[in-house]
Ligand binder design. Structure first.
Ligand code: KG4
Ligand code: ZN
Length: 394
């Protein structure tokens, strides 16, 4: 609206990075500080988002910062002056047709958990009195987000005298398959591919998992997001690449597929991602044009082939005749089609969730909690967020 009523103010952040000569600084991905004397609000220790052994550690201290025009606006400033100003813009926005302003910056406010839950209950046409068990993800993930959920779940369970069941985030993704396929029973093999994970998991029993393979570097979804940014598609890159790849030639550019010596079920996507970025830079340097649809299709072909090859190898080696996919990338149309065909050739039954159950959602956590509850899992009031929780750990 051309700032017609003036400009909204925000709060920003400043980051300071340090490399420390220790293999572990705080034992945790994120620690928040709210003491007045401490100038930063949190310390992020990046290695706890990944698995592996690194001898040094990289930490980032996050400081609150005054926002100036041009800075990244991280948070709204919900004082009277700004709220009044926002209300005026909101009036203009309400007159727009088919435009929704969503999220912390778009709606210029923080969301409280009880409002979100109230909406969900209303949508499902139930009340808290209809609930038998409270399920919640307690890891892995960002500790701030996990703590909000765990605290809320404990409060509801305590107040309504209900059992509390904590579940692993990936267990949630896998369990998304049970929602629409009640006939799916362990044992089966599951490929979990999301923005943060690429895991090949053997589901031996409800709640009993063996990880056969995982990515050594980038997750599949992360590679999609980075390549999408390089060809100017924006975030989240997965669905956008999926769409334009349909108009491209998957054999236009031959990108490398990584197979890891001695770890046949593991994945690596950073080499492929770099190859795509190098190819684009090469074209730009030579002043040649490139077709984003061809790059998307060729990149996608390489990703899908590796995911299919490793999954089918594991299915054959472990004698699995049921195979499922899960996580955001599982909604990829090329991956679904290729997996379906590969499974059919081997007479393996193939399961996949609808796209809404592939990307992060609460229903999948509910499904996981349901089976955990049936097998006797209960958590106490001391349940805490575990940012680096391992699958199968209690
Ligand atoms: O499971 P998810 O919602 O969040 C995590 O737990 O990470 O997965 C998000 C990821 C993003 O990287 C997104 O680009 C990717 O899933 N994704 C897709 C598609 N839809 C979402 N990747 C490829 N093709 C898609 N259609
Ligand atoms: Zn997820």
């Amino acid at each position: 609206y051309d700032y017609c009523y003036g400009e909204l103010e925000y709060r920003s952040l400043r980051f300071e990075e340090e490399i420390l000569d220790t293999d572990n600084y705080q034992g945790n991905a994120v620690v928040n500080y709210n003491e007045y004397e401490v100038p930063y609000t949190r310390i992020i220790e990046h290695k706890h988002f990944e698995y592996g052994t690194q001898h040094k550690t990289v930490i980032t201290k996050e400081y609150p910062a005054t926002w100036h025009k041009g800075d990244e606006p991280y948070y709204p400033m919900n004082d009277e002056k700004n709220n009044t100003l926002y209300a005026k813009y909101k009036e203009l926005a309400d007159k727009e047709n088919k435009v929704i302003f969503g999220g912390r910056l778009g709606m210029y406010k923080y969301f409280d958990m009880h409002h979100v839950i109230e909406e969900a209950l209303k949508e499902a046409d139930v009340t808290l009195d209809d609930i038998d068990v409270v399920g919640v993800t307690y890891g892995p993930g960002l500790v701030g987000a996990l703590l909000v959920g765990v605290a809320e779940a404990k409060a509801i369970a305590y107040a309504k005298k209900l059992p509390l069941v904590g579940v692993h985030h990936i267990e949630g993704h896998i369990s998304a398959n049970y929602i629409e396929h009640p006939d799916l029973e362990p044992p089966f093999l599951c490929l979990v591919a999301s923005g943060g994970h690429t895991h090949l998991v053997c589901v031996k029993e409800y709640g009993e998992y063996e990880i056969l393979g995982r990515t050594r570097d980038d997750a599949a979804g992360e590679a999609y997001d980075k390549v999408a940014r390089a060809i100017g598609l924006g975030y989240p890159g997965g669905p956008k690449i999926d769409r334009i790849a349909k108009e491209g030639n998957p054999n236009a550019v031959k990108f490398p597929k990584a197979h890891i010596e001695g770890a046949q079920y593991d994945f690596s996507f950073s080499g492929l991602k770099s190859a795509v970025l190098n190819y684009i830079n090469g074209c730009k340097m030579k002043g040649e044009s490139f077709d984003p649809a061809d790059i998307a299709a060729s990149f996608q072909k390489a990703v899908v082939e590796v995911l299919v090859e490793n999954s089918m190898k594991a299915a054959e080696d472990y004698g699995m005749y049921k195979f499922a996919i899960a996580g955001g990338v599982a909604s990829n149309t090329a991956l679904r089609a290729a997996m379906e065909e590969a499974c059919k050739e081997r007479e393996i039954r193939f399961y996949y969730p609808s796209p809404v159950y592939c990307t992060d959602n609460a229903a999948m956590i509910g499904a996981a909690a349901f089976y955990e509850y049936l097998s006797g899992t209960r958590h106490g009031w001391d349940l805490n967020a575990v940012p680096n929780l391992k699958l199968g750990e209690r």
